[in-house]
Ligand binder design. Structure first.
Ligand code: ZN
Length: 440
């Protein structure tokens, strides 16, 4: 059932109005109540009530006065209100192939605590989940945050997930299937938990606090071991059928190209992902054993990583520059397809490759915004993220903030058989613990 089919009963409307005010402050704060009314079209009386509730809950603060000029030049004083970043917190968890990052973030996405531990191939998922639960408790404790002010936990996974059920469906590298991430963490921590794919969580960071904040629609393209995209339309991540939208790494660009594990040949992944870049660097080393890349590999004990190629390119090594430029061009060709299909206002590119700056961006933009795009009048900006390596954690914090505050849905909106995002939780003795959201 879509939200638009819900009747307008008072608790639902009240909830929607409160979410609207929080979002206006998130995007445009600090604001006077009058300006907030203009944007939300709520009446002054409703705004006063909602701001009053949010002040009481410590989620917003009054930040002083601003004088606005009137016709007599004297002006009226307006009390400004803004989000109180320390009013509530969320925990972000990045469940990666080799490591887990756990961070505590405030209402404005600032990370105040972080922690990292390794995951080894063959680790049992229940052992990893137990370690995650302990790490979540640790960052809350070390951040000296009252647990009642923690809205929830957002977990971004490197694998296929079912965000409605909070289940990690597949994590190929570890051979994990159907891991009930949200159920385990909720029952262990008594905190509501949301689960997403990594890329979607990163897109939520951009949408909530980053480059995507001021646009309705954008696409995030992540380049690492594989290449994939997250599509945001009207400020919402679109999962597509089977929760698998955005697999641009398997766009076929060269039908006679290198074999891809997906069964096709010449996929974008085989041209511009980290393994593809390492493969090309190794080919260069074979033909040019005197090259800088060869020396780098020898100095690293015979191992060369994509990041080494990027560093060599930034230092001016011509072979590395050629590899980076070729990857940029192929990525641009793939991104060009996104531009032609969706015509987004913005593409945010993410990954260590983009630390090479113009070496990758120039060929990428040239290929993506080709003559066809110009003839069709498609105007899309392509920009690297501003979050750097914090993007994963800010993304997972954003996931929890969105699910449990900024884009939270009223109770009972989900279809039968799916999780209620902020249902009441109980401990193992059956005693209700409420939810952190109870304070709003
Ligand atoms: Zn493929």
């Amino acid at each position: 059932m879509s939200l638009s089919l819900l009747g307008g009963n008072m608790p639902v409307i009240r909830h929607q109005n409160r979410v609207a005010v929080l979002n206006v402050l998130l995007r445009y704060g600090p604001l006077s109540r009058t300006d907030a009314c203009k944007i939300t079209r709520l009446t002054p009386a409703t705004m006063t009530n909602i701001i009053g509730e949010l002040l009481e809950a410590n989620l917003v603060v009054e930040t002083g006065n601003r004088r606005t000029p009137d016709s007599g030049g004297v002006g009226r004083r307006h009390v400004m209100v803004d989000l109180n970043p320390k009013g509530a917190y969320a925990v972000g968890v990045h469940l990666g192939v080799r490591s887990v990052l756990v961070g505590l973030g405030d209402l404005k996405g600032n990370l105040v605590q972080r922690l990292k531990f390794s995951v080894r191939p063959g680790d049992d998922p229940s052992t990893v989940l137990q370690s995650i639960a302990e790490a979540v408790s640790t960052v809350i404790r070390e951040g000296q945050i009252d647990r009642q002010r923690v809205l929830g936990v957002g977990v971004g996974c490197a694998g296929l997930v079912d965000p409605r059920l909070g289940v990690l469906k597949k994590m190929y590298h570890h051979g994990w299937h159907d891991v009930p991430v949200a159920d385990y963490l909720e029952s262990t921590l008594c905190l509501p938990t949301a689960v997403e794919g990594n890329r979607n969580a990163m897109a939520m960071a951009e949408s909530t606090f980053g480059l995507g904040q001021k646009v309705d629609s954008f696409v995030l393209v992540h380049v690492h071991t594989t290449i994939g995209a997250s599509v945001v339309i009207d400020h919402k991540v679109r999962h597509g059928g089977n929760d698998a939208a955005g697999q641009i790494g398997h766009l076929v660009l060269e039908p006679e190209g290198v074999h891809c594990p997906c069964g096709q040949r010449g996929c974008l992944d085989t041209m511009a992902s980290h393994p593809a870049i390492v493969r090309q660097a190794m080919e260069t080393i074979e033909t040019h054993p005197e090259s800088h890349l060869a020396r780098l590999r020898n100095d690293n004990g015979g191992i060369l990583e994509a990041e080494d190629v990027f560093k060599a390119a930034v230092q001016g090594d011509s072979a590395a520059c050629d590899i980076v430029a070729a990857a940029g061009k192929q990525l641009g060709r793939g991104i060009g397809h996104i531009v032609r299909i969706l015509s987004p206002e913005l593409i945010v590119v993410v990954g260590p490759l983009f630390e090479t700056g113009n070496l990758v961006m120039e060929p990428l933009e040239k290929a993506a915004l080709s003559d066809t795009a110009r003839v069709l009048g498609l105007q899309t900006r392509i920009e690297p993220t501003n979050f750097g390596s914090d993007l994963m954690l800010v993304g997972n914090v954003s996931l929890a903030l969105l699910r449990f505050l900024y884009a939270s849905e009223p109770e009972g909106w989900l279809e039968e058989g799916t999780r209620t995002p902020h249902r009441s939780l109980s401990n193992r003795n059956g005693k209700s613990l409420g939810t952190a959201r109870a304070f709003i």
